[in-house]
Ligand binder design. Structure first.
Ligand SMILES: O=P(O)(O)OC[C@H]1O[C@H](O[C@H]2O[C@H](CO)[C@@H](O)[C@H](O)[C@H]2O)[C@H](O)[C@@H](O)[C@@H]1O
Length: 269
């Protein structure tokens, strides 16, 4: 359900950072979107903020991404964080990676996707390890409807799969898991357990994370434009970086001796 606050940036967090469980989407949220998935990198300043947040929150920082974990982990290195990959199909926590029970994409479907990429100049195939595969058309948006029709036609041969519409990307993936499922699973584990989930994301699959976080009494923060059920909104990854920096600075000052002339905090959540 759309929120009445969803156009406003989140105010300062009211409680200590250790009271929140932090969930971040990757592409479009921590890292700016690029023409191709392999052109993305996470700026050092943002890695630094995540490291500070990891320390300040007692380790309750996770990434929920649509990428496979094999793809994500080098992008966040040297950080080691709990994370969910492929929109919740993979879960990595306490140095163990688990995969939701799922079918494999028939090799005939993978071969067809490869053909589609080759026949449509500018289209890229992202094979996420046999369980899911995506066709990216950011560099060839005129092919979007042909790709969609071709992938819709493949769906009946992919039992239990759905066609996901992302940002200039169409993906065949099992319908059995979501970012909401992943968030709920992580929330059952230390150090996330008994905290207030705070979920940040820019894309359609992040809405599942917002719904799960808000159902647990938490907070959803939408990055960028578009309808959302998140309560708050930030313009882009740079605005998120700035807001996180503010939260960390405020927490650092709150831990310091209080000055008699300190101003009262502005509005909080
Ligand atoms: O859940 P996320 O971490 O946001 O992942 C969503 C998809 O992100 C990647 O694709 C998107 O970002 C690319 C790089 O900026 C961009 O070129 C593409 O157009 C976007 O759709 C990733 O490649 C996908 O696997 C993720 O599902």
């Amino acid at each position: 359900m759309p929120s009445t606050h969803a156009q406003a940036p989140p105010p300062r967090l009211e409680l200590p950072l250790t009271r929140y469980a932090w969930f971040f989407d990757f592409d479009g949220t921590l890292a700016e979107l690029q023409a191709r998935p392999d052109r993305v990198s996470l700026p050092a300043a943002r890695k630094g903020l995540l490291r500070r947040l990891q320390a300040a929150s007692g380790g309750a920082v996770a990434i929920l991404t649509g990428r496979s974990l094999e793809d994500l982990q080098p992008l966040i290195a040297p950080l080691r964080l709990p994370c969910a990959g492929m929109h919740g199909l993979q879960l990595h926590i306490a140095d163990r990676t688990r995969m939701a029970a799922t079918a494999r994409l028939p090799y005939t479907v993978l071969a067809r996707l490869q053909d589609l990429a080759e026949c449509h100049p500018g289209v890229l195939l992202e094979n996420k390890g046999e369980c899911a595969a995506a066709l990216h058309y950011r560099q060839a948006p005129h092919h979007a409807s042909a790709l969609e029709a071709a992938m819709q036609a493949l769906l009946p041969t992919c039992n239990g799969y759905e066609l996901l519409h992302g940002k200039c990307v169409l993906e065949l993936r099992p319908a059995s898991a979501s970012k909401g499922t992943a968030l709920r699973l992580l929330m059952r584990n230390t150090p996330f357990k008994d905290r207030i989930p705070l979920c940040v994301g820019d894309d359609r699959t992040d809405e599942d994370g917002f719904a799960a976080a808000q159902a647990l009494g938490g907070i959803g923060i939408k990055i960028g434009t578009g309808a959302t059920q998140g309560q708050w909104r930030l313009a882009d990854p740079s605005a998120l970086q700035h807001w996180l920096h503010q939260q960390l600075e405020a927490a650092t000052h709150a831990a310091a001796p209080v000055s008699a002339t300190a101003a009262p905090p502005a509005s909080t959540i």
